[in-house]
Design a protein around this ligand. Structure first.
Ligand code: ATP
Length: 368
């Protein structure tokens, strides 16, 4: 059992307020990913949990017990750094054995643990090699192995595969997921790569400027972003966002993005009224929520394609509707070439509305 709880954590570096009243519970065996732009405080929060960084105020609890005053070595929490940090003159075996020998583990127990961790990480054949002979992926496997040999209560990983090439990162993602599935230790993983976060996390913690923006499953943060920051940080290509006004026209809600008008179901009017959304509104719609047709159909507006990016399985098409540009996702080759005239509509089920000033989502959910 290893549940990590952060209560009102605050931390400054000089005048810089790096962590601002962070509250979070990471459940036993959960894989939580801290995701956010560079400098938002992810690493500092992770290091604070490990005891590598002091906090100004707040409590860090492990299974209900405050640990913020314990030394890092006494917290039973392992940390994996991005830059491997292996002993260069030791073999892989010795690197893996070191943390066990340091606490006086018997020779037989060291041997069986090193071999079992080596097997689970697929590095049994490398036990006699020195780090200099290893690829980046294998070095990181050893670094993870070294964190795992002592069977820590929790495993913290700081961008552990950030320096690997794209193909290897993809492979390591799958391995990390399998390892967590087999090992089940409570894990917190830091990254600024949303693909990594989406594919690995049970829950994602989106951070910006030292503040938790949203905590949710990958599906929740993708489908129901809590604010404009999350909406634009998660998802690639990025969500279309535009200032919008909503009025009633022909028994429907008409959403105007400057001179580009779209129809949405009438219920939207009542929902906005219920939310007292009198201030400035922003509409958000992901590219897959912009529906494209070759034929004029009810609810579709004339549009012109002006940029097509083929991604293999699908295309991303920049459409001009009035003076606005909306990015749409279509099946591959659906729009032939830039300049083609098509028709576009917003999928009501994928339309998001935000209060422009606070950035908060109005949490309006229309039926498709
Ligand atoms: P990255 O992905 O770039 O590592 P991050 O989200 O992990 O970013 P942190 O490394 O936690 O962010 O840094 C948060 C802020 O604290 C940044 O402004 C950084 O410059 C500052 N900072 C981090 N460590 C120190 C330090 N030891 N002394 C002073 N400022 C620091």
């Amino acid at each position: 059992m290893a549940e990590i709880e952060l209560r009102h954590i605050d931390k400054h570096f000089g005048p810089v307020h790096v962590i601002r009243d962070v509250n979070l519970t990471v459940k036993d065996k959960e894989f939580v990913v801290f995701l956010g732009p560079s400098g938002c405080g992810k690493t500092t929060t992770l290091r604070a949990i490990a005891g590598l960084e002091e906090i100004d105020s707040g409590d860090i609890l492990l299974d209900g017990r405050p640990i913020q005053n314990l030394r890092a070595a006494d917290r039973d929490i392992a940390f994996v750094f991005q830059n491997y940090a292996l002993y260069p003159h030791f073999t892989v075996y010795e690197n893996l054995a070191f943390p066990l020998r340091a606490v006086g583990t018997s020779r037989d127990a060291v041997d069986s643990t090193v071999r079992s961790v080596g097997r689970s990480l697929g590095i049994s054949h490398l036990l006699r090699a020195r780090p200099s002979a290893l690829s980046g992926g294998d070095m990181q496997r050893v670094a993870i192995g070294r964190a795992l040999v002592r069977r820590p209560k929790a495993l913290l990983l700081d961008e552990p595969i950030g320096s690997l090439d794209a193909k290897l990162r993809e492979q390591m993602r799958i391995e990390l997921k399998r390892l967590h599935y087999e090992n089940g230790s409570t894990s917190i993983y830091v990254t600024h790569d949303q693909v990594e976060a989406m594919s690995l996390a049970d829950r994602i913690v989106v951070m910006n400027d030292g503040v938790l923006q949203q905590v949710g499953t990958p599906t929740e943060v993708y489908l129901h972003p809590a604010n404009l920051f999350v909406a634009q940080f998660i998802g690639s290509p990025v969500m279309n966002i535009a200032a919008a006004t909503v009025s009633e026209a022909d028994g429907l809600a008409q959403v105007s993005l400057e001179d580009a008008n779209f129809e949405l179901p009438r219920e939207l009017l009542g929902m906005l009224e219920q939310k007292h959304a009198a201030g400035d509104l922003s509409l958000g719609v992901r590219p897959e929520g912009v529906l494209v047709s070759h034929e004029a159909r009810p609810g579709y507006r004339p549009a012109e394609a002006h940029l097509i990016q083929p991604f293999g399985g699908f295309d991303i098409v920049d459409l001009r509707v009035g003076s606005r540009t909306l990015r749409a996702r279509t099946s591959s080759g659906y729009v032939d070439k830039a300049g083609d005239r098509v028709f576009a509509r917003l999928d009501p089920a994928q339309a998001h509305f935000f209060d422009t000033r606070s950035g908060a989502s109005l949490d309006i959910r229309l039926a498709g």
